[in-house]
Write a protein that binds this ligand. Structure first.
Ligand code: AHM
Ligand code: MG
Length: 335
């Protein structure tokens, strides 16, 4: 291998394929397709302030939220890039209510949140794309929603792209977590963060505005994160409101990101398939942990495409401590 900053993402994906002598190259090509889609979306995100692409389309997505034009663009790019390749049999997007059929011979299932953190688009704040890849489960002529409803434990790969002061793509195929930075002068993602491991925690991230809606367990846990108690950590607080960007910072700097359930959102806000499972898979690959506060998110069986879960993700000790507080103070089934 050349010096790591000279390793392109394509090169890295190809090298990783050698860990699987039985591989046909289809999975490798699927990852290339995603990296290419990411470059196209990155170009558009970077131009967004300059062209008339900002603003609302006036439609609502399935979650009842306003759809921004860049969301639509990112969604269409990912769909168009993958629907006819023959590698993907079905897709699911956070922006679409139902599955998106692709090629009947495809071996893989592609799930994505095309532009996470969309409330930040208009303000030049980091946003991102999250993706998850499963192997197809069904054997019939076409794929079904059942192929999409798989627990995080079954992921073949997951990753995200963060569109920040630079564009980065971070992914794992279950053999560690690797981060690549887009060099716009050559148009390539170059390996900048080999084998990312969760460091000593520095930050906790939560939207404090909801404190009065949290359960007692979550309130006590957040006090602990703030330093209350003998065994409390010494942390600082950071919250962007784009999960990808908050997760990315904590992955590199160390910490925990939480979006608990609360009185207004008894299931939490974040989606199991598009957000919690793929980022949780990466956290685990980096030595961390992901929990709903009661169980490992990666073991949760999705019951619908837009299934939501409370999320505690990042440093293993900090996440396990959330489970302890919730177990101690909260009645199961309550918030
Ligand atoms: P989105 O998919 O509509 O962008 O919503 C998900 C985002 C996450 O990125 C972020 O962590 C969360 O919503 C922020 O929500 P809140 O504004 O309630 O703190
Ligand atoms: Mg999202």
């Amino acid at each position: 291998m050349p010096r790591h900053e000279l390793v392109t993402i394509d090169h890295h994906i190809l090298e990783s394929q050698k860990l699987h002598p039985e591989a046909t190259g289809e999975f490798t090509n699927l990852l290339y397709d995603i990296a290419l889609a990411a470059k196209i979306v990155a170009r558009e995100v970077n131009r967004a302030g300059l062209v008339e692409i900002l603003g609302l389309t006036g439609e609502e997505n399935v979650q009842g939220e306003e759809v921004r034009k860049l969301d639509v663009y990112a969604n269409e790019t990912l769909i168009r890039m993958n629907e006819f390749t023959g590698r993907v049999c079905v897709m699911a997007s956070e922006e679409d209510p139902d599955i998106i059929p692709a090629h009947p011979d495809g071996k893989y299932v592609l799930i994505f949140d095309p532009l996470d953190g969309s409330s930040n688009i208009d303000y030049n704040v980091s946003i991102g794309t999250i993706f998850a890849i499963f192997r197809r489960k069904t054997t019939g002529d076409s794929c079904s929603v059942e192929d999409c409803l798989q627990p995080g434990r079954a992921l073949a790969a997951a990753g995200y792209v963060v569109y920040g002061s630079s564009t980065m793509m971070v992914y794992s195929t279950g053999h560690g977590v690797y981060g690549f930075t887009l060099d716009p002068s050559v148009g390539e993602f170059l390996l900048s963060h080999p084998n990312i491991r969760s460091p000593q925690p520095k930050y906790y991230s939560v939207n404090h505005a909801y404190v009065r809606r949290w359960s007692r367990g979550v309130q006590e846990y957040v006090k602990w994160l703030q330093g209350e108690g003998d065994d409390a950590p010494e942390l600082s607080e950071r919250y962007i409101g784009s999960m990808v960007a908050d997760f990315h910072r904590n992955l590199l700097a160390g910490g925990v990101f939480i979006y608990p359930s609360d009185a207004k959102r008894p299931q939490g806000k974040l989606r199991l398939l598009y957000e919690a499972a793929p980022l949780g898979f990466l956290a685990e690959q980096a030595g961390g942990y992901v929990s709903t506060g009661r169980e490992n998110v990666l073991e949760v069986q999705p019951t619908s495409l837009h299934h939501r879960v409370p999320v505690f993700v990042g440093d293993r000790r900090l996440v396990e401590k959330a489970e302890e507080f919730i177990q101690r103070y909260d009645v199961e089934g309550g918030t």
